[in-house]
Write a protein that binds this ligand. Structure first.
Ligand SMILES: Nc1ncnc2c1ncn2[C@@H]1O[C@H](COP(=O)(O)OP(=O)(O)OP(=O)(O)O)[C@@H](O)[C@H]1O
Ligand SMILES: [Mg+2]
Length: 318
């Protein structure tokens, strides 16, 4: 019987990819499966190319465009790619808020803003369809404080919290050609980052985003999540990953007046580093992702363009 291969494509991270390959190989040995996990090897790509992998877990193509095309071609040849390089390339945080509302997940009031500066190769003439923004209406709808962040963002880059019109425009002036969202700030009592594996398992991790980067997990480690909150957050996290078609994601919630608001849930290669998430969560991620990938290699699923959101929005029949 030919050995089924799970390839892991990764960048600078140093703990998760190796632990995952090891776990997949251990799992295969324990269960007597003809399955192996190994780092993906790539040279140039030809149009006729076949691929030596049955499944590829992608941890890095959001930062390496060459890898993104490699993965699309692999998918075209029948490789199961996790997460789908097609969908996450099309995805953005504002659209995902629309999806969240359709699947019953609370999100902060949010508006999408026109670029502050003309994107490359455009001039004023490129924007003849644009009217003026009614800023009074925007501020009335959102209220202060407001968070501004890029619709295609990540890594806390270009995120601003502003408390007045003056601060708002000062921040907006710095956003050059980015596509920015402005969002009601949720003044939260608790904050959770949930790791979601395979659209089926959720680990709720108390998180302290206001702490320095290195202590955001440790500062609230051991904090108990009330049962009813755990149920709601688990449901919401799974609903988001189902709707958006992510097999690996982190979903963040800020809790205000007992309601978890989804803040950040478009992370195609979420942090899985031992040094930031800690030993217990790391073991959970490695074990759940290994389980999921082995199941996927044994039982491939038909290619899907995205998650269930077109049904949730009534665009195609249930
Ligand atoms: N509407 C909001 N209300 C309250 N806090 C918010 C809001 N939006 C963002 N934040 C805070 O800003 C942080 C960064 O925002 P967000 O997670 O959306 O950006 P990011 O660039 O994807 O960050 P990262 O990839 O580091 O998680 C959040 O962890 C949260 O603490
Ligand atoms: Mg975040």
């Amino acid at each position: 019987m030919s050995v089924k291969t799970i390839g892991v494509l990764f960048g600078m991270e140093d703990t998760f990819p190796w632990a995952l390959c090891h776990e997949i190989n251990e799992l295969a040995r324990r269960r007597g499966l003809s399955v192996k996990g190994e780092p993906v090897q790539i040279g140039h790509i030809s149009q006729e190319q076949g691929f030596a992998y049955d499944v590829i877990l992608d941890r890095i193509s959001h930062e390496v465009p060459f890898y993104r095309t490699f993965l699309k071609c692999a998918a075209a040849r029948g490789v199961q790619v996790v997460n789908s390089p097609f969908w996450w390339s099309a995805d953005d945080k504002f659209f995902d808020n629309v999806v969240a509302r359709a699947v019953g997940v609370a999100v902060p009031r949010t508006v999408l803003l026109p670029h502050k500066e003309h994107p490359p190769n455009t001039t004023e003439k490129s924007f003849r369809n644009m009217g003026l923004v009614d800023w009074d209406e925007v501020f009335r709808y959102l209220g202060f404080p407001i968070f501004m962040k890029p619709a295609y963002g990540g890594g806390w880059k270009d995120v601003y919290k502003v408390h007045s019109r003056e601060e708002f425009f000062e921040a907006y002036d710095k956003t050059h050609t980015l596509t920015m969202m402005a969002q009601e700030a949720i003044e939260f009592t608790d904050y959770y980052r949930c790791w979601v594996a395979g659209r089926r398992k959720v680990k709720i991790i108390p998180y302290a985003p206001k702490e320095p980067h290195e202590s955001r997990y440790s500062a609230v480690a051991g904090q108990v999540v009330p049962d009813d909150m755990a149920l709601r957050v688990t449901r919401d996290a799974l609903a988001l990953c189902d709707a958006l078609g992510y097999d690996m994601n982190t979903v963040e919630f800020a809790v205000r007046d007992g309601v978890p608001y989804a803040i950040d849930f478009m992370n195609c290669a979420p942090d899985a580093d031992l040094n930031s998430v800690g030993e217990e969560t790391f073991r959970w991620i490695v074990s759940e992702m290994a389980d999921f990938l082995v199941e996927r290699v044994l039982h491939p699923v038909p290619w899907e363009p995205t998650g269930t959101w077109p049904k949730a929005l009534g665009l195609i029949p249930h």
